[in-house]
Design a protein around this ligand. Structure first.
Ligand code: TRP
Length: 338
């Protein structure tokens, strides 16, 4: 049986937080160990350039994100783990796809539409003010990421479903013109991933500025957990676990037996101070071994580089011959040095 290709990209801006871990990284790492699938996980560093024009940050963020995934136990013997920029065929494909993508389709992409809507708030500004071609064409690059490796399934957050649909449309258009070269991908919205709440009780998200970084040093982690908002009930008063951010966070890291025990403690009126200590100790214990590995990896970035180079080699073993096929399909000469 052919293995299903499961592919996802991580934009290399910012530092991974607990919400990213529980919602996306943890289920992806679990999936990387499944011998029935061929996972492709990559650092979308060319996507990062759309949002971030600080070279040091782009570089540092790629390193930190790679270290995060490796420290958490990504199985690189099964999964192909690479940096987008190490596979130049992706950019080449992006151009081929641009030439079959309707501009009108891109006009409907929400990231672009949101930027235009914001400009339109002020009648005197150009609706396209500050919008680069990178932002506008972002879904085409993402389609190239996906179609290059014939991904069947693309695990993504809800905000990305539209992009996968666009990748399907673009693939179908290309196939219609040039023959069946691409597999039509499907979005998979992570069912195993939990949504974590942030410090203020809203969804944990960089855009709300309410996140707890995943590999925060122990002391800082404790401080952050102490900042999680609770109500003002006193110790001894029974509390409702189901509307409590501390409880739902605990749940994302605990076994059903541990959760049942804490539920009981809420009914008995556990104090917020004690619950925060329990939560901190629990998360800290869960994360400490990976945090140690993470720190060690960042001290020895050459190990990270070696893994990424191996990943790039596996990726290019697929992308180079496929690009030759695609060049022939559109009437462009093959590259002879391959
Ligand atoms: N755009 C995605 C995000 O911001 C990251 C990404 C880039 C991606 N290329 C991809 C995700 C291909 C899935 C498939 O989350």
């Amino acid at each position: 049986m052919n293995k299903a290709h499961v592919l996802t990209g991580i934009t290399t801006t910012g530092t991974p937080h607990l919400g990213n871990y529980v919602g996306a990284i943890r289920p992806a790492i679990a999936a990387s160990k499944n011998p029935q699938v061929m996972p492709f996980y990559f650092l979308a560093d060319y996507h990062a350039l759309i949002k971030c024009q600080e070279p040091e940050r782009v570089k540092q963020s790629s390193l930190e994100i790679a270290a995060t995934w490796l420290a958490l136990g990504l199985d690189t013997s099964n999964a192909i783990f690479y940096r987008q920029s190490d596979v130049p065929e992706i950019l080449e494909l992006s151009w081929m796809l641009s030439c079959v993508t309707a501009k009108g389709l891109m006009n409907r992409a929400h990231a672009y539409k949101a930027a235009v809507a914001e400009n339109e708030q002020d009648e005197s500004t150009d609706p396209d003010k500050g919008i680069t071609m990178g932002l506008f064409s972002y879904p085409v690059l993402m389609a190239a990421d996906i179609l290059m490796f014939k991904a069947n399934q693309v695990p993504v957050g809800k905000d990305q479903i539209q992009h996968i649909e666009m990748a399907r449309d673009i693939a179908a258009r290309f196939n219609h013109i040039y023959g069946e070269h691409f597999v039509l991908p499907e979005a998979v919205v992570e069912a195993n991933g939990a949504t974590l709440l942030g410090l203020d009780g809203r969804k944990m998200s960089k855009s709300y500025n309410n996140t707890i970084p995943l590999f925060e040093p122990e002391k800082k982690l404790k401080k952050q957990i102490n900042k999680i908002k609770t109500n003002s009930l006193e110790p001894g008063e029974p509390k409702d676990p189901d509307t409590c951010t501390l409880f739902s966070t605990y749940q994302a890291f605990a076994t059903p037996g541990e959760v049942a025990h804490i539920r009981q403690r809420y009914a008995e009126g556990i104090g917020w101070g004690e619950m925060k200590t329990i939560l901190f100790e629990h998360i800290n214990e869960h994360i400490a071994p990976a945090r140690e590995l993470y720190e060690a990896l960042l001290q020895a970035p050459e190990h990270i580089e070696t893994q990424l180079q191996e990943g790039a080699k596996k990726a290019r073993d697929l992308s180079m011959p496929f690009m030759q096929e695609l060049r022939a399909a559109v009437g462009i000469s093959k590259i002879s040095k391959y």
